[in-house]
Design a binder for this molecule. Sequence first.
Ligand code: ADP
Ligand code: MG
Length: 703
Amino acid sequence: MGSKMETIPELYGSLVFNDKVMKERLPKDIYKAVHKTIANGTHLELDVANTVAAVMKNWALEHGATHFTHWFQPMTGLTAEKHDSFIDPQANGSVIMEFSGKELVKGEPDASSFPSGGLRATFEARGYTAWDPSSPAFIKDGTLYIPTAFCSYGGEALDKKTPLLRSMSALSDSAVRVLHLIGNTGVSNVATTVGSEQEYFLIDKDLYKKRKDLVMTGRTLIGAPAPKGQEMEDHYFGVLKPKVSEYMHDLDQELWKLGVPAKTKHNEVAPSQHELAPVFETANVAADHNQLTMEMMKKVADKHNYVCLLHEKPFDGVNGSGKHNNWSISTDTGENLLDPGKTPAQNQQFLIFLIATISAVDEYADLLRVSVATAGNDHRLGANEAPPAVISVFVGDELAGVLKALDEGKDFVSAGKTQMGLGAPVLPHIMKDTTDRNRTSPFAFTGNKFEFRMPGSSLSVADPNIVLNTAVAEELDRIYDALKDVPKDELAEAIHKLLKEMLDEHKKVLFNGNGYTDEWIAEAEKRGLPNLKSLPEAMPHLISDHSIDLFTKHKVFSKDELDSRYEIFLENYVKTIHIESLTMQEMVRKDFTAGLIAYEKDVTKEALDKKALLPESGCSYETGILKQLGSAEDKIGTGLAKLTADTKEAEKDENALSAAKYYHDTVLADMETLRAAVDSAEALIPEEYLPYPTYGELLFSLR
Ligand code: ADP
Ligand code: MG
C-alpha cells in the first residue's frame, strides 16, 4: 500500500488488537482489568467492556474495517462468522459508527443450522457466542474478527473452543495444586502450550476443477498410480520450486499480519506436499491460529492459481497429511514443566509431569484415538506412513534408562557413565537435539514437549488437546490425592514410591521401536493396548463410563454434551462416506466411462481399418487391449451395481452407530473393489481420452 516497504516487525500483527495496542490505547485501569481477565479467566464488568469496545472500534475503523463479527468454531470443524456493520442510522439521515460492550461480549447468531447432536432440541433453538478475551481480535477483509465461544442458551458447548478452555483450566487447577504441594508455591496459573505443524498439498487449480472427486470430497476416489511416486525421496526438504516459493512467501506475509507466528516451511515427503510450522502459543490461541492458517492456505492458493488440499489422504498410494500436535505445559513463572531441569527439585517436578502424562496417555488411549477420528484420518492411521491406530509413547533411550532405573529401584548410569541416585534424582541434561527422534511413534517426547502425531491435517487442534489436558489433569489429581497427607520430610520418598507405582502400572504404553511394523501391532495386542482401527469402532468409547467419569469430574463435558458429540461425529462420518459414494458412482458412470468408450471405439476402428488394409493381420495388439479393458469392465459393472445398491441400503439405517459401521464395512469396501477395477482400466487409457487429469498430471505439474 504505502510507498515504503514495511519491515517484518512493522508488518507482524499489524491487523491484530494485541497486548501492545491495548497497552497504548486503553486507560491504565481498564488495561489492567482486561489483563486480569485474561490471566485468571475472571468475569469482565460491563463498563470495562464498553471502554474496550469503543477503543477497539476506533482502532478497527482506522484500519479500514466497516463490520465486526463474532468468530466461532462450531462442530463442523470449520469456522463460522456473521458480519454486522458498525453503522447506526441517526434521525437526521446520517450514520454514526457504533460498537457497544454488550456487542463485544455477547452475540446471538441465528445458529439453528449448526450441528448440535440433539442438544438444542431440548432447550432453545438459539445459541449465543461469548468473547474469548485471551485470543486477540483481528481484522480480515474489512471486518473486525472477535474470537468467541459458542454455546446453547442452557450453557451447553456447541463448539470446540468452550471445552478446550474448560480443559485448560482443569489442567491448570490440578497442576497448581501439585506444584504447591511439592513447594513450588510461586505458581498461580499453568498454561497449555501448543505448536501445530500443518501439512498440505498444492495442486494446479485448472486441473483440480476437472476432478469431481476433489471438488466434492477433497480426495481422489479413482486414479491409477503415476509411474513415479515418492520412492526417490527427492521431494522431502527439497529445493522449493519458484512459484511454490512465491506462494509460501505470500502466505507468511498474510499470516504475520494476523499475528500468526508462522516460522518454518519446507517440502514434505510426497510430491506437491508441504509443511508449515508456527512458533507455539497458548492452546486456545494456537487453535484459533491454526484455523486461520488453514483458511489462509486455501485463500492464498487461490490467488496463485493453486488449490490447497487439507484432506488427510488426497491420493491413494502417496503419503497423507497430518498435523503434529506439539504439546507442553508452562507456568506463569516461566517454567516449562516438561523441561528436565538441572537441580534435584526440578528433576522431581519434571518426573511428576512426565509420568503423569505417560499415565494419562495409557489410561485414556482410547479417548485420544477418538479425538483424532475422522473419515479422512482413518485412511491415514496405520497405513505404513502415519502412526498406527495403536497409541504408544516414545521417550528416547536416555529417558527410557532413567524410567527403567526408577522402575527397578536402581541407580541410573548415563551414557556418559555418570552415576545418579534416584532417591534424590539428578537427571542427565536431556538433549533437545534430534539424535534419537523416532518418527514412527504416535506420541513422542521430544526434549521438552510431547509430539502427538496422529491428528489429521484438517482436524481442529482443539479436539486432541481437550482430551490430553483433561486426562493429564486427572493423573495429577491422583498424584495430589496420594500425597496430600504425607508429612513434609517424607514427601520426596513418597513421590519416588508413587511414581514407581504409576510407572509400573502404565509402562506397557512405552515403546521405543519402529511403530510401523506388524510385529509391533502384535506385541501391542499382547500388552493389551487398544487398536481402534476405524471411527465407528472408536466412537463408542466417547460415551463409555470411563469417559463420562473423566469429563464430568473435570467439568469439561456434561454427559449430554458427550452424547451430542458422539451423534455429531457419527453423522458426519456417515455423510462424508455417503457423498464419496455418490461422487464415485457419478464419476465412474459418466467421466470414466466416456473416456473408456471413446478409447475403445478408436482401438476398434483402428483394428477394423487395419484388417481391411492387411487382411492377414490378426490385430493381436488391439484385441489384446480390448480384451483387457473388457475384463476390467465386467468387474466395473458388477462393482458399480453393488456400490449403488449397498449405498441405497445404507440410507435406510437411522441409527448413527450401525449406519456408520455399515458405511465402513460395506460401502467403503465396495468403493475399494470398484476402484481397483477402474484403476486397472485407467492405466491402459491414454490421458487425452479421459475428461479428468491423472495422478501423474496432478502430482507433478507444479512449477
Ligand atoms: P520438528 O518437530 O519439525 O523437528 P521442532 O521440534 O523445532 O520441529 O518444533 C516443532 C513444533 O513444536 C513447533 O511448532 C514449535 O513451536 C513447537 N514447540 C516447541 N516447544 C514447544 C512447547 N514447549 N510447547 C508446545 N509446542 C512447542
Ligand atoms: Mg515434528
